[in-house]
Design a protein around this ligand. Structure first.
Ligand code: B3K
Ligand code: ZN
Length: 880
């Protein structure tokens, strides 16, 4: 594209906005204030003269008055920290423009114009990693949600869809590879040692899906033939040394493309699909049209450096980003309040994909565990919000477990009620009806209603009401009938004191205790505050298996006799329900007496149930490994109005120790059996590896010397990262000479491999060692630690914030460390800093001594001048 000729801008209004001058209470943006854009942008032409310290950007926008707009004779082009070097209207230097805060307002008298703007940005100085930034010598972008405005002035909102033509010029040696969205349409060399490429994306898209990458990269290439017979070129771009670790990602991509055709009828729509791995990235990955940008952690894997969990995560994230091509890109969001429209639906799609690729039930259990440990606490705390929020100050704060994971559960409930075939009709209708549009959650629900035939009138409450519903269940026996009484309450959440009953689909089965069988799974929908359901044909009280498969994201409140739970843990034919029975047994025991623990008889019942699971030869090891995991401390705390993290930790560790001692023979025998299974990626071998580590976890608590020997032997014999990391995780929590020796061995063995060194930081920060807090302090001073790499920051401090014993140290030192981190990180990377506020925000649900300390740290942060909008919002909501 020709560069736009310059006109001199008024100096005073061209000053970039300094984040430090941001007010402590940034303005609230409300869903009800949505108005269609006054102007649409049909075509965008961007010309980048790439340079790490000074990239020049010329933008030309073909704009057209929106008939549905407010008729304004000016266009608002959002900016963030950039200055307009020149503004042109219809090829002439524009005189009629002004700055409004960070935004550029350009007067436009007619109905169609071409607006040109020039900006200059400094990618090397961009530590926020939003917009165009430098990462290890390459240049890359992240625009969702509002990063495009850090590159050029633009109506940076998702309901403005445009086609993009992008030209890049850069140094041939530094940036031999030049990528953008869509297809490469031309390229060439200049006499001055630079080269250029021009890319065109034929699919109209919002600015948040724009991407550019320039760097010295190599590609793993493959092809995929679509259902209509088109050949798509696939490429995964990485640094030269990483190429051999991209095969699993490529396989996952091909599987994703195939699965989306088969399951949702969705075909890919460009001739090219590029993925680029970047080591400095604020989140997991980004679904830019035709050019996904990924955190290296969700691309690179080989048995030596990646665990089985890493392999699964790569498959899931590759699938997730690929599926966004339809649920997000072809049909995008009207505004950011509709974020769950694309994220909730795409999480459901990636969950179903992973369920189909591996163990369906184990994946379901893992997803429920994430929901309960991350989303339930969010839903019951100061940051609770509906899956379609009503207001935000900084949208980056709303990429939450509620929007993503609860959003997925809400759509999963529609699927459960409709059945998979009708659900597919609904999703087909949604994609056809809204293809090429910026849609709303309401559009999705309406398409589901029309496609499935369900009446979702009352169900819409799931979109507007926050809080995890509580369902009280009581089963009685009357004559030959089992009578189930159900009652629901949706708790009050910030801004929502009164709630209405919601439709809650509960799958259930009633087991005859003598035969251990049931007469078929049933679905009841509780849509009133209270209801009663009758099930004739039971001579005596059956055992109730409720919310099978976790059909609704609710908390069931039911006192169940231990013998019934032991029965279900051993006999339920729904693997999730079996897991659930085991969890309930443990939760009941651990939360008894205010978290001090229950009776010896209750503990015996857990031991008996676990022994049966260890002995059950019909169980596969992946599932056995799941059943061996005790509920996490965050989930246990969630069961109490006010929790004492110290008491919960001691009770849980006490139970682990008792189980480790009581089941020592069985656990060591299982460990030996599993150790004989050679490495492979099949389910049996993966199950064996999971079992080994779970056995060590229990043994370490009960018979630590024996566990230390086994763990050290497992570490030394390991030919894969799952075994090595599992063993080292256990050793990191023990006081044994092998601890320091093998941590040092691990560090030396993998020095230079950033993803594995992240593990080394995490293992120590998350360890059960009594000195974990001191270890974290020392690691923060390590020469390999930096606040400039989000993976490294998360490796150390997220692991620490998720380590209850260390984070909740009674003297408040853990809280102080996280608050200090937030303050140090905020000016560097506000988005990542704000992610550390929620752990402190739990203060209202914690016993008084710790509660006051947590609140004190939040107040200290709040009183610090110059906070980012991200952190100011999260701290304000946490204290409010
Ligand atoms: N859509 C992106 C998330 C962007 C987050 C911006 N703060 C990745 C994903 O959910 O697929
Ligand atoms: Zn997503």
């Amino acid at each position: 594209m020709d560069s736009v000729s310059t006109s001199s801008a008024p100096a005073a209004s061209a000053q970039p906005v300094d984040a430090a001058t941001m007010p402590q209470s940034p303005p609230e943006i409300r869903r009800e204030d949505y108005r269609p854009p006054a102007w649409l942008v049909e075509e965008v032409a961007l010309d980048f003269a790439l340079d790490a310290a000074a990239t020049h950007v010329s933008a030309r926008l073909k704009v057209r008055r929106n008939p549905a707009g407010d008729g304004a004779n000016e266009i608002r082009l959002n900016g963030d920290g950039i200055a307009a070097l020149a503004v042109m209207v219809d090829g002439q230097p524009g005189n009629d423009w002004r700055m409004d805060g960070a935004d550029l307002i350009v007067a436009l008298p007619g109905d169609a114009h071409e607006v040109g703007v020039e900006t200059q940005i400094n990618p090397a100085a961009n530590s926020q990693l939003m917009g165009l930034y430098a990462s290890g010598g390459m240049l890359c972008t992240q625009c969702e949600a509002e990063g495009f405005r850090r590159i050029t002035f633009f109506p940076d909102r998702p309901d403005v869809l445009s086609t993009y033509r992008v030209r890049m010029t850069g140094d041939k040696v530094l940036y031999p590879v030049l990528l953008s969205n869509g297809n490469c349409v031309a390229q060439g060399e200049n006499a001055d040692g630079t080269h250029w490429a021009e890319w065109h994306d034929p699919w109209p898209k919002p600015s948040y899906l724009f991407a550019l990458v320039a760097g010295d990269l190599v590609a793993n290439r493959d092809t995929f033939t679509t259902m209509s017979g088109r050949t798509v070129d696939l490429a995964i771009w990485v640094r030269a040394g990483d190429l051999e670790r991209t095969d699993h990602a490529m396989r996952s991509l091909r599987h994703s493309m195939q699965w989306d055709e088969e399951t949702f009828g969705r075909e890919y729509d460009l001739d090219l699909f590029n993925i680029v791995a970047v080591s400095d990235f604020n989140m997991g990955a980004m679904e830019n049209k035709g050019l996904n940008v990924f955190n290296t952690r969700y691309v690179l894997a080989d048995p030596e450096t990646a665990t089985d969990a890493d392999y699964d995560a790569i498959e899931g994230v590759i699938g997730h980003e690929y599926f966004h091509n339809w649920s997000g890109n072809r049909v995008t969001c009207r505004d950011w309040f509709q974020l769950s429209l694309k994220e909730g639906f795409t999480v459901l799609r990636d969950q179903l994909f992973s369920q189909a690729m591996g163990s369906e039930s184990v994946k379901r259990i893992e997803d429920v565990r994430v929901l309960r440990s991350a989303q339930f606490p969010e839903d019951s705390g100061p940051l609770a919000h509906p899956i379609r929020p009503d207001a935000y100050r900084e949208i980056s704060n709303f990429y939450t477990a509620t929007i993503y994971n609860k959003g997925a559960e809400v759509i999963r409930m529609m699927r459960t009620m409709a059945g998979p075939e009708a659900f597919r009709k609904g999703s087909d209708l949604y994609f056809t009806r809204h293809d090429g549009e910026a849609a709303t959650c309401e559009d999705f629900v309406k398409a589901m209603e029309d496609g499935t035939g369900l009446d979702l009138g009352q169900f819409r409450l799931w979109y507007s009401q926050a809080g995890t519903p509580r369902v009280e269940a009581r089963l009685e026996h009357d004559g030959d009938t089992a009578v189930l009484h159900l009652a629901q309450t949706v708790p009050a959440t910030p801004g929502q004191p009164d709630k209405q009953p919601m439709p809650i689909p509960l799958k259930l089965a009633l087991f005859d205790r003598d035969s251990g069988t049931h007469g078929g799974e049933q679905l009841v929908v509780l849509d009133k505050a209270a209801d009663t359901f009758h099930f004739p044909g039971f001579a005596r009280l059956p055992a109730l298996s409720l919310n099978r498969g976790f059909s609704a994201p609710v908390a069931i409140e039911r006192t169940v006799a231990e013998d019934e739970l032991v029965f279900l843990a051993a006999h339920d034919d729904d693997p999730f329900a079996r897991y659930e029975a085991m969890q309930s047994l443990t939760v009941q025991y651990l939360t008894a007496n205010g978290g001090q623990g229950g009776s010896d008889a209750s503990r015996e019942a857990i031991g008996t149930a676990l022994a049966a699971i260890l002995d059950d030869s019909a169980l596969d090891d992946l599932m056995r490994g799941e059943l061996m995991m005790l509920p996490g401390e965050a989930y246990l705390a969630e069961q109490m109005a006010v929790a004492d993290p110290g008491a919960i930790h001691s009770a849980r560790e006490g139970l682990k120790a008792w189980l480790g001692r009581t089941l020592e023979q069985r656990l060591t025998a299982l460990h030996a059996r599993a150790s004989a299974v050679p490495y492979s990626l099949d389910a049996a071998a993966r199950g064996a590896r999971k079992l080994k580590t779970q056995a060590l976890v229990l043994l370490a608590a009960g018979v630590s010397e024996r566990a230390a020997e086994l763990a050290a032997a497992q570490y030394r014999a390991a030919d894969n990262m799952t075994d090595r990391q599992g063993a080292l995780m256990v050793l990191a929590g023990l006081d044994t000479p092998a601890r320091a020796e093998l941590l040092a061995d691990f560090k030396a063995r993998y020095d230079g491999n950033a993803l594995v060194i992240d593990k080394w930081f995490s293992l120590q920060a998350g360890s059960l060692h009594r000195q974990a807090l001191e270890h974290v302090k020392a690691l923060a001073q390590h020469s390999d630690f930096t606040l400039h790499n989000p993976n490294r920051v998360r490796a150390l401090y997220m692991a620490f914030a998720g380590n209850p014993q260390a984070f909740h140290a009674r003297d408040g030192e853990g809280y102080r460390m996280i608050a200090d981190l937030i303050l140090a990180l905020d000016p560097i990377n506000a988005q990542t800093a704000a992610r550390f506020v929620p752990p402190l925000g739990r203060w209202r649900r914690i016993e008084p001594v710790r509660s006051a300390l947590m609140r004190g740290e939040l107040e200290r942060i709040a009183a610090t001048p110059g906070l980012s909008r991200d952190t100011a919002e999260q701290v304000g909501r946490s204290l409010g």
